[in-house]
Write a protein that binds this ligand. Sequence first.
Ligand code: ZN
Ligand code: ZN
Length: 254
Amino acid sequence: MEIEILGCYGNISGEYRATSFLINDTILLDAGTVTEVLDDRRIKQIKDTVITHTHIDHIKGLFPLADELVMMGERGIKLFGVERVIEIITKNLFNNLIWPDFTVIPSKTEAMINLESIELEKEFGIKGVTLRPILMTHTVYTTGFVVKEGGRGFMFTADTGPTKRFWEVVKEEKGIEFIIADVSFPNRMEHLARISGHMTLSILMEHIEKYGLKGIKIYLTHIKPFFLKEILADLEGLDYREIELLRQGSKLII
Ligand SMILES: [Zn+2]
Ligand SMILES: [Zn+2]
């Protein structure tokens, strides 16, 4: 499995782009950044999108993506999310108020975007890749994911504060090569991280220790660009070499 990091920051600022991972060239896991970095040939290859939650930095790429695909004469991209996420998208996004309703454009039977509800904790498959949504702890209904192909894969926390189930699943799952974990704020802003449903490095380490996960490889994501230097300093002060920053534009191969 190849995971291309189109964007991995907790805000959009200068060169720093919002969360979006392209799996095997065809599946988008979150859609914060799409048409800014992919040309039309690559946009055309996207057939499925999986959304963790409805905050704008995770979905804003859907709007130009749908528009661009329609222009190219494409149809029928699938958008997967748990029921609550699909409900929010239906009501607030593709509602003809802030963007045309691409779930009925160009026609109901041949819509550009087909919404598909998935069930919490239940594995579903997209072209040999399996995904399993896990409920996280954020300010809006959010699911992280176990993503696997051929029995090996990774886990993604999406946006989350301190949480329990995800870390239990990390322990239960087999074949997990790394975790992509939300660390939005520096350690000194732990209070803000907690109330906004995010983590600091120290909160993340609490979970690693509590669940006996020392040694597991972790990539940090959703860093607020404004605090990048400070978070890097937090990381340097940590005696745990298996953690590194997720790099925008990089490809992870499993
Ligand atoms: Zn969020
Ligand atoms: Zn976010």
